[in-house]
Write a new protein. Structure first.
Ligand code: 2HG
Ligand code: ZN
Length: 422
């Protein structure tokens, strides 16, 4: 018996992809910075098959990289070295609702979840531009934030229960205990943000929120980031997204969308609020929900510039201006296109210019972020890109504990090697 034969017995011949052409879409990160060739891509249909796949991979000593929609930006869900099996969660599609929550399979996209919630008069609190591809499993594994984070929090705040398969195929689940957690440590909570390194998340119970009535969306040009911050009201904020005039120009050039403002501002704020916000009389602003497209098409527009170094960081709000002033020198002679989730200090620093494998600029930017008290992996995960730099933001004791937890859950280092625990 070979591993491939066992996998075929578990999931069926059509769901074990070994042909290079069929494997290719699973082997390269969205950024094209990380790729590798997989021994096989396997697509289990349910939790029992996931457990059997993991048991077989453990028997044959084949490392497993779990992949959801492959929208990751830090190399955390594609193979890096030969012999790795990609476990795709694409077919884990169950979706049942009850009591202001859903139980969703890991492969359900955020878009499908939103449509499902809307049909019953509710909404899911995490939303993001890649909603039609990004999955429940991937967003749980990275503790994704997204554009509604200011109102509803990150994915962790939505999770009411999880089903997880460990490296040895054993199953952990509290989905059958919807009544709420008992006292004691939140053990399943460990898997939120664990990036496939502790276990494979196969399903989650997620809270749904009341669907808000229509709000107001405005796009407004600002001289600097502090001026933009001053326009964000204390209450009723649904989204406060930061862009730059240069970024908007790039989006307009590459997508054909119309330029929304009279001039190119250093900073552009997209604000969605419950009530119409107070703006200065002479503000260069448009009130129109369609401006969301300018924000949501940033990632695709920036990708047209070449291989992008994605530095997903967050800063204390009072340090944003200092960081933005320092940034040009940190990335010189290259260029950074910036956008992000202003209300929570989240910034997506997209550096274009350095070769894919050159990490000099990445390091300089992330070190500066850490020195300012920020987070170097705000919502995309540490992945391959940043796991080696975790010491910038976590203490020696925390990293040591992380290693011990990893060892307890996955003693052979079978799951997503190199991620979280380098
Ligand atoms: C977003 O906020 C995503 O749209 C992607 O987190 C960020 O492309 C990026 O850098
Ligand atoms: Zn984001």
């Amino acid at each position: 018996m070979t591993l491939e034969r066992e996998l075929v017995d578990i999931v069926g011949r059509d769901q074990v992809l070994t042909d290079p052409g069929l494997r290719a879409p699973y082997e390269s990160d969205w950024t094209r910075r990380w790729s590798g060739s997989a021994r096989a891509v396997v697509r289990p249909a349910d939790t029992g098959q996931v457990a059997a796949v993991l048991r077989s991979c453990a028997t044959y000593g084949a490392p497993v990289v779990t992949q959801g929609g492959n929208t990751g930006l830090v190399g955390g869900s594609v193979p890096r070295c030969t012999g790795q099996v990609v476990l795709s969660t694409a077919r884990l599609q169950r979706l049942q609702s009850g009591d202001h929550a859903v139980v969703a399979g890991a492969g359900v996209t955020i878009g499908r979840l939103q449509v499902h919630a809307r049909a019953i008069g509710l909404a899911y609190g995490v939303d993001l531009a890649s909603r039609d591809t990004a999955t429940v499993g991937g967003t749980v594994a990275t503790d994704a934030g997204g554009i509604r984070v200011v109102r509803y929090g990150r994915t962790r705040a939505q999770v009411r229960g999880l089903e997880v398969v460990l490296a040895d195929g054993s199953l952990l689940s509290d989905l059958e205990r919807p009544g709420g957690a008992d006292a004691g440590p939140d053990l399943l909570g460990l898997f939120v943000g664990s990036e496939g390194a502790f276990g494979v998340v196969t399903a989650a119970r997620l809270r749904l929120v009341p669907r808000p009535p229509p709000g107001t969306t405005v796009l407004v040009g600002c001289p600097d980031v502090d001026a933009a911050r001053a326009l964000v009201p204390a209450d009723g904020v649904r989204a406060a997204e930061l862009m730059t005039g240069d970024g908007i120009d790039l989006v307009c050039r590459t997508t054909g969308l119309r330029r929304p403002l009279r001039r190119t501002w250093p900073v552009v704020l997209l604000l969605e609020t419950d009530q119409v916000p107070d703006l200065p009389d002479d503000a260069d602003a448009v009130v129109d929900a369609r401006v969301w497209e300018l924000r949501e098409r940033h990632t695709e527009a920036i990708a047209t510039l070449g291989v992008v170094h994605k530095l997903d960081v967050a800063l204390p709000l009072h340090q944003l201006a200092t960081f933005l002033a320092d940034l040009p020198a940190l990335v010189a002679p290259h260029r950074a296109v910036l956008f992000g989730h202003l209300a929570v200090g989240g910034l997506h620093v997209n550096v274009v210019g350095p070769a894919a494998g050159d990490e000099t600029v990445d390091r300089a930017v992330l070190e500066r972020v850490a020195a300012l008290g920020g987070s170097i992996a705000a919502e995309h995960g540490f992945g391959i890109a940043k796991s080696g730099l975790m010491h910038l933001v976590r203490s020696r004791e925390e990293i040591d504990l992380l290693r011990r937890v990893k060892h307890a859950l996955d003693p052979a280092g079978q799951l997503n090697p190199g991620v979280l625990v380098p």
